[in-house]
Design a protein around this ligand. Structure first.
Ligand SMILES: C[S@@+](CC[C@H](N)C(=O)[O-])C[C@H]1O[C@@H](n2cnc3c(N)ncnc32)[C@H](O)[C@@H]1O
Ligand SMILES: [Zn+2]
Length: 280
């Protein structure tokens, strides 16, 4: 019987199985035909939008596959390599369509890692499953279906920052890796669409329950030389749903965009001092 990365969302016991995952208390969860399992309890999902929709997911997949964020992925891989151990358990919390996750599973294969991804969007996981190498569950980063102190590393790449929950699932000494936009990230796109674009706030460097391990600020230029890529970049961001038709139309006229990527890759190590994880 295969042991899953995931725990039962009802009782917290470990799940086992292949097509159907079950716990020792008899709760069971069928995998979808796309090979992810839905561990989102309905009372936690009622009335909420479930993460990124198919258009955002498709746009992100197409944009990322062009390699524009290759240096970001490489920077995260460098941190993972530095902390990798045989049989390491790696969780991508808010994995999206697994452009990062599947790559790490392949690149770290010499360590025979157990790699899992969680996202609240079924559309994202349908895409993610095609990339392979990652065990996938629909779940919220706020209630990870993952045992306490069971992960060697957790990824938080442009996904909701549930720091307390990440701390709970990490082993003592485990590593949290975050990728966050810096102040001027995607400034050209924002300037093209908005009359008064705003700069992102500086990322928080100290986190309760963690000590900082490393920080790399990536700043580089990309050149988008076609409408499709410009459109994909815009549609994969939350700006898409917050922007009116008139501002969106400004993008149609653009066929070239020199853009600035500004992303911080931050790594933290879990410490276990009491009273240190009350905030998230
Ligand atoms: C900006 S995307 C990043 C995806 C991926 N990490 C990447 O960088 O390509 C944010 C992701 O977080 C997911 N998400 C949003 N809220 C979530 C939640 N409460 N729990 C789990 N995933 C969530 C979205 O569905 C989306 O896939
Ligand atoms: Zn159970």
């Amino acid at each position: 019987m295969l042991t899953s990365f995931f725990c039962c969302p009802v009782c917290g016991e470990l799940l086992v199985g292949e097509r159907t995952l079950t716990c020792s208390n008899g709760h069971s969860f069928d995998k979808s035909k796309y090979h992810y399992v839905n561990l989102l309890l309905s009372n936690r999902s009622a009335g909420k939008r479930h993460g990124d929709d198919n258009l955002m997911v498709r746009s992100r997949g197409e944009f990322l596959d062009k390699g524009y964020y290759g240096p970001v992925r490489q920077a995260v891989l460098d941190v993972l390599r530095a902390c990798a151990v045989p049989g390491m358990r790696l969780l991508d919390a808010g994995c999206g369509e697994c452009w990062y996750t599947a790559y790490f599973a392949a690149e770290l294969s010499e360590f025979a890692p157990h790699v899992a991804g969680v996202d609240i969007s079924k559309d994202a996981l349908r895409w993610g499953a095609k990339r392979g190498g990652v065990e996938l569950a629909v779940a919220s980063t706020a209630h990870l279906p993952v045992a306490d102190a069971s992960c060697d590393a957790v990824l938080n790449i442009f996904s909701p920052p549930e720091i307390r929950e990440f701390h709970r699932v990490l082993k003592p000494g485990g590593v949290l890796i975050r990728a966050l936009p810096l102040e001027g990230h995607l400034w050209a796109l924002k300037s093209a669409v908005y009359d008064t674009p705003y700069r992102n706030p500086s990322p928080e460097t100290s986190l309760p329950g963690f000590v900082p391990l490393s920080r790399q600020d990536l700043r580089y230029s990309i050149h988008l030389d076609n409408q499709a890529d410009i459109r994909s970049l815009f549609t994969m961001t939350p700006y898409y749903y917050k922007t009116g038709a008139a501002d969106q139309a400004k993008l149609q006229a653009l066929h070239n965009l020199g853009e600035t990527v500004e992303i911080a890759v931050l790594a933290y190590q879990k410490i276990t001092e009491p009273n240190n994880v009350s905030a998230s």
